[in-house]
Design a protein around this ligand. Structure first.
Ligand SMILES: Nc1ncnc2c1ncn2[C@@H]1O[C@H](COP(=O)(O)OP(=O)(O)OP(=O)(O)O)[C@@H](O)[C@H]1O
Ligand SMILES: [Mg+2]
Length: 292
């Protein structure tokens, strides 16, 4: 199981000039699963970069020409606002999809990038976590909703909330793969054991082919040895599931959502944009585009 002890003290010692792609990892990977691919972007720790990764990997996949849907499953609605969709006062949101079986396509909005679509969350979704407890087939609501639109998209990314409640379980039950952003910080791996156990539980009871297939190291700070140590430790645990590209900690990435834009339009040549483009290329490498 994952070792939680990240006890190293960060230093400000200069690390060698870093590129986004870790040169020490060169092994070829097997081809990715066929399209459409459905990812739950999950990590029950708060503020580790789930939403930033969902928005930006989604935008970069769309830029590569893949029809991509971002599903906002977090009542905070950060993925919706980060993609320019104001989730206040929405008539139809993921709440209605999960609780009232409204067809998913009824709540999908186009984002500002071609090929990119958003199914927004609203604050009401916080109530769904409780309302679902007594609901029939409560874990499979999202999966059924997604099944009906699968043919319309190449990639579906589900931005999960920072908990392991019923909304996240719906995300895990609906996905085929799990993408886990890991912050290059103290205790990065702490609590990950719990996520992996839950993925295992969902696999055994609801979704037999679910697997954690992509790990993205985010908020990498080249000035600290700790960042490198975390990346090495993550690679030791997860091997070639870990993206070679690491996402740097940059102010531009944290500014983009308040302008309702992914980094590739907010600041297309920034380090964050380059890193997320690399991640999207890695995720989709070898995928055969579908004809429509
Ligand atoms: N690479 C980065 N560099 C700088 N800031 C970042 C980076 N990635 C994310 N952030 C910022 O860190 C904060 C947390 O990121 P984000 O919202 O993506 O995490 P989260 O895991 O979705 O959080 P929550 O658990 O609350 O849903 C945000 O303010 C975001 O803008
Ligand atoms: Mg989030």
């Amino acid at each position: 199981m994952v070792n939680a002890a990240m006890t190293h003290v960060p230093t400000t010692e200069a690390a060698p000039e870093s590129t986004n792609v870790d040169p020490s990892v060169t092994a070829e990977r097997p081809p990715p699963p066929p399209l459409p691919r459905v990812f739950a972007v999950a990590n029950q720790k708060g503020g580790v970069g789930k939403t930033t990764t969902t928005i930006n990997v989604g935008a970069c996949l769309a830029e590569l020409g893949y029809r991509t849907l971002v599903i906002d499953l977090d009542p905070q609605g950060n993925a919706s606002t980060g993609l320019g969709v104001d989730h206040r006062g929405l008539e139809t949101s993921m709440y209605h999809v999960i609780m009232h079986e409204t067809p998913l396509e009824n709540c999908v909005e186009p984002a500002s990038i071609k090929n990119l679509f958003v199914a927004p969350a609203s604050l009401e979704l916080a109530g769904a976590e409780i309302e679902l407890v007594a609901a029939f087939s409560r874990e499979l609501r999202l999966r059924r909703a997604i099944d009906a639109v699968l043919d319309d998209y190449d990639y579906i990314l589900i931005d999960c909330p920072p908990s392991l409640g019923l909304l996240t379980v719906n995300g895990l039950a609906a996905a085929r793969e799990v993408m886990v952003p890991i912050q290059c910080e103290y205790y990065a791996l702490e609590g990950l054991g719990q996520l992996l156990r839950n993925v295992d539980l969902v696999r055994r009871s609801l979704n037999p082919t679910l697997e954690v297939s992509v790990i993205v190291c985010v908020m990498y700070d080249a000035r600290t040895k700790l960042s490198d140590q975390v990346v090495s430790e993550v690679r030791e645990h997860f091997g070639d599931k870990v993206c070679r590209a690491v996402v740097p900690r940059t102010v531009r990435l944290s500014e983009a959502p308040s302008f309702g834009q992914p980094i590739i339009t907010f600041d297309p040549s920034s380090r964050g944009a380059i890193a997320y483009r690399d991640v999207a290329k890695e995720v989709s490498r070898g995928a055969t585009r579908r004809t429509r």
